[in-house]
Ligand binder design. Structure first.
Ligand code: CP
Length: 389
C-alpha cells in the first residue's frame, strides 16, 4: 500500500502533519505488509513550496539539465536541440550499422525503471530507449516485491537504487514524488539523474517532449508549431499530459489553446494563470464540434477515473467529447489528431487509418525523444551528430 509523501501532504495543506521516522510500524496481517515509513526531511517543505522558477537551478549541473522533473525546465533551444538529436537517432536506427553505433554509446551505464503506477508506453519506450543506447536496465513495477513491503520509505528505496545504477526513471501515483526524490538524492554523495515518467496528476514532462516532437514533425512542411491553434479535449482537470504540454507552449510564438471539456473537468486555474502570465491566448468551451474546424491539432484525453474518490461513480464516458469518424470531414486537411493513450472511447477505431491520426506515431516518437533525452543527460549527443558530419 502506498502512502502520500510529504510533498502531497503539503499540497493538501497538511504539511504540518508530516510524521517522524520513529513511527511504529503496523503489520498488515492480511498480506504481511507493513505500513510504509514516512520520514521528515528538514527543508523539504520549504523547498517544495517555492515558485518553480526558483527551483530550476537545483535540478541542473554545469548549466545542463541533470534531473527532468517539470515541463517548465524546457526552453525553446533545448526543445529544438532534443528534437534534432531524436531525428538523428531515428535515422541511425534505420540500419544495422547505425544501431550498433548507438548501442556502443552507453554500454557502461545502468538504468533503474521504478514504475509503481501502471504504465505501458512510458515504461516500454524508456526501456527500449535504454536498449537503443546500450544501457542495461533493472526494473521494479510495484512495491509488493521490494523491501517497501517491510515498511522501507520511498526515499530510502530510491537512494538504494542510486547505489547500483547511473539513472533512475520513475512513475509514481503521488504528486511531487520525482521532485522529492531528486531533491533528496542531490544532497547525497551519489546523486544520479531522476527522469520523471509521471508523478500523480501534476506532471508528465517527457510526455510533453514527445507531444512537441510529434507536433513539430506533423507541421514541419507548414512552418512548424509556431502560429498554430491546438484544442485539448476531455479531462483537462486531472490529465497531467495536457498540463505539461500547456506549460511548454510558452516556448512557441503565436500559439493559441482551446480547452474543450465538460464543466467538471475544466483546466485548473494554475495553468490558466501561467498562460495569462506568458500572454498565450486560451479559450474554454464545452462545444467540441464548434472548435473542430478551427484548429491545427486536436489533443484528445481520457477521463482519468483512477484519480476519482469514487471511480465506480464515474460511469459517464462523455460521448459529446469523443472524436468520431464523421468528424473527419469537419476538421482541417492538415489537422493532427493526437492522444497520449491509453484510450477508451474518446476516438473511434475507424479514425485510426486516416493519415491525420497521429497517436500511433506519437507513442513511437516517445521512444526516440526519450532516447534523445538519455543521450543528452549522459552528454553523448555530439557522438551522434558526428555520424552525420
Ligand atoms: N501516455 C502514457 O503515459 O501512457 P502509459 O500510462 O501507458 O505509460
Amino acid at each position: 500500500m502506498l502512502f502520500p509523501c510529504s510533498a502531497c501532504l503539503a499540497q493538501k495543506g497538511r504539511a504540518d502533519t508530516a510524521l517522524n521516522s520513529n513511527l511504529s510500524l503496523e503489520v498488515n496481517k492480511m498480506n504481511g505488509s507493513v505500513e510504509q515509513t514516512r520520514q521528515t526531511y528538514p527543508g523539504w517543505d520549504e523547498f517544495y513550496n517555492k515558485d518553480i522558477d526558483e527551483k530550476l537551478d537545483f535540478f541542473k549541473l554545469n548549466g545542463r539539465l541533470f534531473d527532468v522533473i517539470f515541463a517548465q525546465q524546457f526552453d525553446r533551444p533545448f526543445m529544438d536541440y532534443l528534437c534534432k538529436i531524436a531525428d538523428m537517432i531515428r535515422l541511425l536506427a534505420q540500419t544495422k550499422m547505425g544501431q550498433e553505433k548507438l548501442r556502443h554509446l552507453l554500454p557502461h551505464k545502468r538504468a533503474m525503471l521504478y514504475f509503481v503506477q501502471p504504465s505501458t508506453r512510458t515504461f516500454l519506450s524508456f526501456q527500449n530507449a535504454c536498449y537503443i543506447l546500450g544501457l542495461s536496465v533493472s526494473e521494479s513495477r510495484g512495491t509488493s516485491t521490494s523491501s517497501e513491503v517491510k515498511g522501507e520509505s520511498s526515499e530510502d528505496t530510491i537512494r538504494t537504487f542510486a547505489s547500483y545504477v547511473d539513472l533512475i526513471i520513475s512513475r509514481h501515483p503521488e504528486a511531487g514524488f520525482a521532485e522529492k526524490t531528486a531533491w533528496v538524492l542531490n544532497q547525497t554523495d551519489r546523486p544520479v539523474p531522476i527522469l520523471n515518467g509521471g508523478s500523480g496528476p501534476d506532471q508528465h514532462p517527457t510526455q510533453a517532449l514527445l507531444d512537441i516532437y510529434t507536433l513539430e514533425r506533423s507541421f514541419q512542411h507548414i512552418g512548424g508549431l509556431d502560429g498554430k491553434k491546438i484544442a485539448m479535449v476531455g479531462d483537462l482537470k486531472r490529465g497531467r499530459t495536457v498540463r505539461s504540454l500547456s506549460y511548454l507552449m510558452k516556448n512557441y510564438n503565436d500559439v493559441s489553446l482551446y480547452f474543450v471539456s465538460p464543466d467538471v473537468f475544466r483546466m485548473k486555474d494554475d495553468i490558466k494563470k501561467f498562460l495569462e502570465k506568458h500572454g498565450i491566448p486560451y479559450y474554454e468551451t464545452d462545444d467540441f464540434e464548434s472548435v473542430m474546424p478551427l484548429v491545427d491539432a486536436i489533443y484528445m484525453t481520457r477521463i482519468q477515473k483512477e484519480y476519482s474518490d469514487d471511480p465506480s461513480g464515474e460511469a459517464d464516458t462523455y460521448p459529446e467529447f469523443h472524436f468520431k469518424k464523421e468528424h473527419l470531414s469537419i476538421i482541417q486537411p492538415n489537422c493532427t489528431i493526437m492522444h497520449p493513450l491509453p484510450r477508451r472511447y474518446e476516438i473511434e477505431v475507424e479514425v485510426d487509418n486516416d493519415p491525420r491520426a497521429a497517436y500511433w506515431r506519437q507513442e513511437r516518437n516517445g521512444m526516440w525523444i526519450r532516447a534523445a533525452l538519455i543521450a543528452y543527460v549522459f552528454q553523448v549527443e555530439q557522438e551522434i551528430f558526428a555520424e552525420f558530419s
